[in-house]
Design a binder for this molecule. Structure first.
Ligand code: C5P
Length: 351
């Protein structure tokens, strides 16, 4: 048996400009991705039986610092996801014909066992599913010795989901079309600290785009990328002035309580706050790591007043908080699985 461990980052959108939908119903985007330090890990193993099977273990990010915490309830909730909808399975399947064409691994009659360790909250606007696909592409490329380049993997990744190329590439990148045609911005060295408010309830991406159209938002012609890269990749105070998300109004219209979470972050010292992608995660930009931890502590101490009253119209229960930094490296093969994965994998095998 061969085994490869790979990981891929989640993302926040520093800028997300949205145009009017085209004939295919999709909205053209101009977006700036920053990969963040929350990562998905995929362990890929060869198996004798054909077919691709997957186990998914879900973790909550630590509230402030330290290792992700295994979450049996979230793991059970995801156990019903049909394998054919799992982006990790779809990523491995997408590579099978390429492996067969190279007649590697006996035309891929041999199967793969994937174990996906999720630390990026699902349906949170941080590309957790896309990171599963990105980590799987990198892992299977190595497991089957396919030798595919980053660009070839991105071409496959784009067919799986619009955020997959950004998770593969990492760092800071500009995406056009559906956000999947990427230009990498060369690294400039500044580090950003994010406090993430993870909401208990997800928010459906199609519903946010529908609300966006209903409210008549969006430019008929998207602006060309004007390249404020020095500020977007600069110190947090510069980035704070550049943050924009055209989907925020639609997400806030559907979930009014999210604004209260953002305001609580401002009161606790955030330089800016935004809805991450189509939400519902609220990402607050902090001056440094300690400030990011203070913002999370303020949220947990009840910064979102209405969360205590389920009858309030803007009731928004927090599922947790996390501190993340960016920009983070893209999808990569890992020398070894982190300790917290090894521990959880062996205990779930023992059950
Ligand atoms: O990319 P994904 O499949 O997650 O998108 C889900 C839905 O969100 C699409 O079917 C479409 O309705 C909407 N969407 C859109 N424009 C985009 C991305 C998604 O209208 N750029």
């Amino acid at each position: 048996m061969r085994e490869v461990v790979a990981s891929a980052p989640g993302k926040v959108n520093l800028q997300l400009r949205v145009g009017h939908p085209g004939p295919d119903g999709y909205h053209p985007l101009l977006t700036v991705f920053e990969a963040i330090s929350l990562r998905e890990y995929v362990v890929a193993r060869t198996r004798r039986q054909p077919g691709i099977v997957v186990d998914t273990l879900v973790y909550r990010p630590p509230a402030h610092d330290g290792a992700p915490i295994f979450a049996p309830d979230l793991t059970r909730a995801l156990a019903d996801l049909p394998a054919e909808q799992h982006l990790a399975v779809r990523a491995a399947k997408a590579l099978q014909p390429l492996a067969a064409a190279r007649s590697a691994w006996g035309a891929t009659s041999a199967g793969i066992h994937l174990t996906v360790h999720k630390t990026i909250p699902a349906a949170g606007g941080m590309a957790g599913g896309s990171a599963d696909a990105a980590a799987t592409l990198v892992a299977v490329n190595e497991l089957w010795d396919l030798g595919l380049t980053g660009e070839q993997l991105a071409a496959v990744g784009r067919t799986l989901g619009a955020d997959v190329p950004a998770c593969l590439l990492g760092g800071t990148s500009v995406g056009v079309d559906r956000g999947d045609r990427l230009t990498e911005l060369p690294p400039r060295g500044a580090e950003h600290w994010w406090s993430l408010a993870l909401c208990e309830r997800g928010l459906s991406t199609p519903a946010v785009f529908r609300e966006f159209d209903r409210l008549g938002l969006g430019a008929a012609d998207l602006p060309a990328w004007a390249g404020a890269a020095d500020r977007l990749q600069g110190p947090a105070v510069d980035l704070a002035a550049e943050i924009v998300n055209d989907l925020a109004e639609a997400a806030l219209s559907l979930r009014r309580g999210l604004a209260r979470i953002g305001e609580a972050a401002r009161a606790a010292g955030a330089l800016a706050w935004m809805i991450s992608g189509s939400g519902p995660t609220v990402a607050a930009l902090a001056a440094d790591r300690e400030s990011a931890q203070r913002i999370c502590a303020a949220w947990l101490a009840g910064g979102t007043e209405s969360a205590r009253d389920p009858a309030a119209p803007d009731f928004e229960p927090l599922g947790g908080t996390a501190v993340a930094s960016g920009p983070a490296p893209g999808a990569r093969v890992e020398g070894a699985a982190p300790v917290w994965i090894t521990r959880e994998t062996s205990s779930s095998r023992a059950k």
